[in-house]
Ligand binder design. Structure first.
Ligand code: XMP
Length: 424
């Protein structure tokens, strides 16, 4: 590993991630570890140049106040104690520069080029000549893992993409185009649309739908993995917030997500997780460094059960098709009008109701489409994006004229809370 590291010890602060990100923004790699890291664990970490004890109010664990080990101050490394971080990142930078570059003499050598080079070397060392399996959903994290592993181990990587029939328009096709045709990956593409939609027929309860999609996903993935023969490793797109939020002793569980499309934890594989020290924006930067297309790298969040949670009530093929087409129009218009990178998440939902409309002088029944466009930092709360009316008129016009079965367009103005982001 080429990169110098500043170690942050979590002594109850809620801002460990922010501190790590500010140090990385200075060009110096930084990792967060629990307060009770042992001397052996600490000294095994490569290139540690300084330690920050990040104190905070969550410093009581199991009824006792927590402390850093006495050995920390005997290591001969510069130590900085922080108890409150300034509110703006610029000030915090300024504050840290003296420590990071002066006391610790770090070099600003943390960048994606070096990160990718290091990970390629580490993965090659870990995997040797063995085989690695990856569930490639087409989401940002699994796509970046795939691109990195293709560079590191080429044909030893076996990707499986399960199309559950609930992807957005063109997404599965793009996975095949980018990974099989352009990057020459070993990619098994499974169109399991019929299996999923048959299982979901007449199921209206949202949790039941999620369970069916999750269980069927694992079944299809396991069947395909079995056909590929023995695999030694399973690659996963675990990223740093997953680890920081659940892994340190003082962190509260911020979010436990029913992550449909995820794999059970007890699968008997060794894991390859090359992104596990990256924050989301760094994962995207890594994807750019690896040459993935922008639409893939800057893809907005998409729930594991896909359009299944937006085709409200029992899913039918015709309504799912209408939803997919309307969603594609919304995405196209947001991209054309500069909203793509600006709005955190936007989509349409189509409820299982019909209302009367008029077409060619005759009355007919059609579904409404609901537009939802929200901004958020952590998906726990969300505010509404104010879409210009002219654009809303244009989108309404396009959806009602181009999408069979839809005769009204509605706009959801509800923040979270009181609404959730998704409708189911
Ligand atoms: P809600 O609707 O809970 O959504 O406000 C918060 C964020 O989570 C996404 N979401 C899901 N993601 N599996 C996922 O992987 C799910 O079942 C699921 N449900 C919601 C949602 O798109 C939003 O970004």
């Amino acid at each position: 590993m080429k990169q110098d590291m500043i170690l942050i010890l979590d002594l109850g602060s809620e801002e460990n991630s922010r501190l790590a990100r500010v140090i990385r923004a200075l060009g110096v790699y930084s990792e967060i570890h629990p307060h009770d890291i042992t001397k052996d664990e600490l000294t095994a970490l490569p290139n540690v140049k300084g330690i920050i004890l990040n104190h905070g109010k969550n410093n009581i664990v199991d009824g006792k106040q927590i402390f850093a080990g006495d050995y920390i101050k005997t290591l001969g490394l510069p130590v900085l104690e922080l108890s409150e971080l300034p509110c703006c990142d610029d000030k915090l930078s300024e504050q840290l520069k003296g420590f990071v570059f002066g006391d610790c003499k770090c070099e600003a050598n943390w960048n994606m080029k070096n990160f990718v080079a290091d990970q390629i070397e580490l993965v090659r060392r870990q995997v040797g000549d063995k085989k690695v399996l990856l569930a490639l959903s087409g989401g940002v994290d699994s796509s970046v893992v795939a691109a990195l592993l293709i560079k590191a181990i080429g044909e030893q990587l076996h990707c499986v993409h399960v199309n559950h029939g609930l992807m957005r328009k063109g997404e599965s096709e793009q996975v095949v185009e980018v990974f099989r045709n352009q990057l020459k990956a070993n990619l098994v593409y499974v169109d399991a649309t019929d299996r999923f939609l048959d299982k979901l027929a007449n199921v209206a309860d949202p949790e039941q739908k999620r369970k069916i999609i999750g269980a069927e996903f694992i079944r299809v993935f396991e069947e395909e993995a079995e056909k590929l023969g023995k695999m030694d490793f399973l690659a996963q797109g675990t990223i740093y917030p997953d680890i920081v939020e659940s892994g340190t002793k003082t962190a509260k569980v911020v979010k436990s997500h029913h992550n449909v499309g995820g794999l059970p934890e007890d699968l008997a594989f060794n894991l390859v997780e090359p992104l596990k020290f990256l924050f989301k924006d760094e994962v995207r930067a890594c994807g750019v460094e690896l040459g993935l297309p922008a639409e893939m790298v800057y893809r907005q969040p998409f729930p594991g059960p896909g359009l299944g949670v937006r085709c409200l009530g029992a899913i039918t093929r015709d309504r799912l098709h209408a939803l997919r087409e309307a969603d594609a129009i919304l995405r196209e218009e947001f991209a054309k009008n500069g909203l793509q990178g600006k709005v955190w998440q936007y989509f349409v939902a189509v409820p299982d109701i019909k209302s009367v409309g008029v077409k060619d002088g005759a009355r007919y029944m059609g579904w409404p489409t609901i537009i939802r466009a929200v901004n958020t930092v952590d998906a726990m709360t969300a505010t509404i994006e104010e879409i210009p009316y002219a654009l809303l008129h244009h989108i309404t016009d396009r959806i009602t004229h181009e999408v069979e079965g839809i005769n009204r367009v509605l706009l959801d103005l509800t923040p979270k809370p009181i609404g959730t982001i998704e409708w189911e």
